[in-house]
Ligand binder design. Sequence first.
Ligand code: MLT
Length: 414
Amino acid sequence: MTKINSNYQKLQAGYLFPEIGKRVRAFAAANPAAKIIRLGIGDVVLPLPAPVLEAMHAAVDELGKPESFKGYGPEQGYDFLLQPISEHFKSQGADVAPDEIFVSDGSKCDTANIQEIFAVDNVIAVTDPVYPVYVDTNVMAGRTGEAANGRYGKLVYMPTTAENGFDPEIPKGPSPGSHVDLIYLCSPNNPTGAVMPRSSLEKWVAYAKATEAIILFDAAYEAFITEPGMVHSIYEIPGAREVAIEFHSLSKTAGFTGTRCAYTVVPKDLKARNDKGEQVAVHSLWNRRQTTKFNGVSYPIQKAAAAVFTPAGAKAIRENIEYYMENARIIREGLRAAGYTVYGGINAPYIWLKVPGNSTSWNFFDKLLNEAQVVGTPGSGFGSCGEGYFRLSAFGFRENVLEAVERIKSRVKP
Ligand code: MLT
């Protein structure tokens, strides 16, 4: 009989967001008159900005004419998109060449797939709490061992809590003196909303260089940074090109959660070792993986994405980002005034609050849903150090955000 990949049976419960969706649907079915406000999954609500939409329309029309029709495109992305992305990096002080960029249909997929090109016996380090995709895909690949009390035996967890300012410490390795091979970092962080300071990233780059580790740096939320002087790309740090892969997304930045467009940078300076101990360029492996398993993002979507990097597109998406960050401010300040302990929401579209009393994150989820009809995300869904915390997303219409804050203030007092 056919056997399954038994690693799937090591996965804990369902994927977080479908589980939330299931609970919300059950509540809605039982309370059909309830006006539920969804600040759970970080999904954008504002429509695509005009310059982006115009570019997409024009590209669709091109596909309708024999002289401008396009079939397969380059798997890595069209040059008309790679060039402006590379220039955008340069404007941030990061040296990234167009042929080091791989356009894709999402940084969820890329952060999920990247582990495939690395050996199964690599030691993985993740923050706790963490974006669940990093963990689950390594479980599926067989790198984690079994879970006990919400933690996998072979993963190295780096707690990020209020106590350490949500800034992960360099891991000591699975046992004293040993080291980790692949390190997932996310800044601005999902779920905590914290940004890693430049000084920390310098330490991480130095550590990775010294131990031949690779940093998988998820910068999907970099466009939401509002404070000056913060690091937007790890390649702003000298030496990072030799130790880091970076993930970017247009999902939240430009409203592409439905249309799908992201990009990943694999610098040509990045090397890892094969079984014989020889150095191999990681870029060529990822290129091989993508050209085998992926046929690129559709032409109209890449045209729309290129418009994001024009002056008109950049201005339009900036306005949308400011709208969401004003939502973040309203949630953060509103809940703080109500007596909640609140983090994040300044350089990221997520507010990370301390669950009042001794309630668990899931109990608080149910309380908020039942008493205020507001949906958030339980912190424990991101890892055991997320227990006792709760995430609210700033992606909502202003009137809903204002109403959600009022309802929480009046009905769910800390
Ligand atoms: C989230 O809410 O954490 C995100 O929407 C998940 C994702 O981007 O895949």
